[in-house]
Design a protein around this ligand. Structure first.
Ligand code: ADP
Length: 234
């Protein structure tokens, strides 16, 4: 769940103040699938950083997964961050670890038990269709496969919210559709999914709730029909 009320965020580099997010109000319920679109510089990354509490809002209220990010205690931050899975455009896999170990490592740092890791890693690899690549290294995989590993890693903690920042930016067009299909599949099991993209063709194809950002403002928040897929109730 995401709830922003009149949120503003600025960068201050000494001489200039850049207002990246301006008085933004937004609510995303548990279980929704939402695209966030906007041109370069619109404020998409700044918004994601506010949601992950890498940026602290200057004004307004930010609540994510029940955590009040305006007042959250530092010792609660790890618990908050574990409730979110994040996928980046550039995958961010560890090159000298196998696919299996990339996912296992992300669990080990959260003090997960060895027993849990042994059952969870194969499960997430199966979810993204990469069981047969468990022993490979990232460099031996295509861009689309690497992104699926990154997705498996993001899902390892069973987060209630999955945030993807330009997840198809480094994969070919056909694989882009498969990646978004995978996100939609994961969303069907109840995970809230937020996908940031500047690829309007993807949004046109899939449709669904789409939030468009321009110069730090939400200029559109509504349901698009989608040319390629049917949505519930259509
Ligand atoms: P997007 O992700 O949509 O491309 P950003 O959130 O990165 O947009 O940027 C929003 C605005 O904030 C832009 O004007 C950008 O130049 C500015 N900005 C982003 N990051 C910084 C930073 N670290 N310091 C100063 N200004 C920044």
């Amino acid at each position: 769940m995401i709830d922003l009320k009149n949120v503003s965020f600025s960068y201050d580099n000494g001489q200039n103040t850049i207002h990246a997010i301006k008085n933004m109000t937004l609510h995303i319920d548990d279980g929704e699938f939402v695209f966030v679109v906007g041109a370069s510089g619109a404020g998409k990354s700044s918004l994601l950083k506010v949601l992950l509490r890498e940026n602290v809002a200057d004004e307004g209220e930010v609540t994510v997964n029940g955590f009040d990010l305006t007042h959250i205690k530092r010792r609660k931050l790890p618990q908050f961050r574990r409730s979110i899975g994040v996928v980046f455009q550039d995958f961010r896999l560890i090159p000298n670890m196998t696919v299996y170990d990339n996912i296992a490592f992300s669990l080990r740092v959260t003090d997960a038990s060895a027993r849990f890791i042994r059952s969870r890693v194969p499960y997430t690899l199966e979810l993204v269709g990469l069981t047969n690549k468990a022993k490979n290294y990232p460099a031996e995989l295509s861009g689309g496969e690497q992104q699926r590993v990154a997705l498996a890693r993001a899902l390892a903690n069973d987060p209630s919210l999955l945030i993807a920042d330009e997840p198809t930016g480094n994969v070919d067009p056909e694989m882009s559709l498969e990646i978004i299909e995978l996100f939609r599949h994961i969303n069907l099991s109840g995970t809230t999914v937020l996908v940031v993209t500047h690829q309007h063709d993807l949004v046109r194809y899939f449709g669904g709730r789409t939030i468009s950002i321009e110069a730090g403002h939400i200029v559109f928040d509504g349901l698009l029909e989608g040319e390629g897929v049917q949505h519930a109730g259509q």
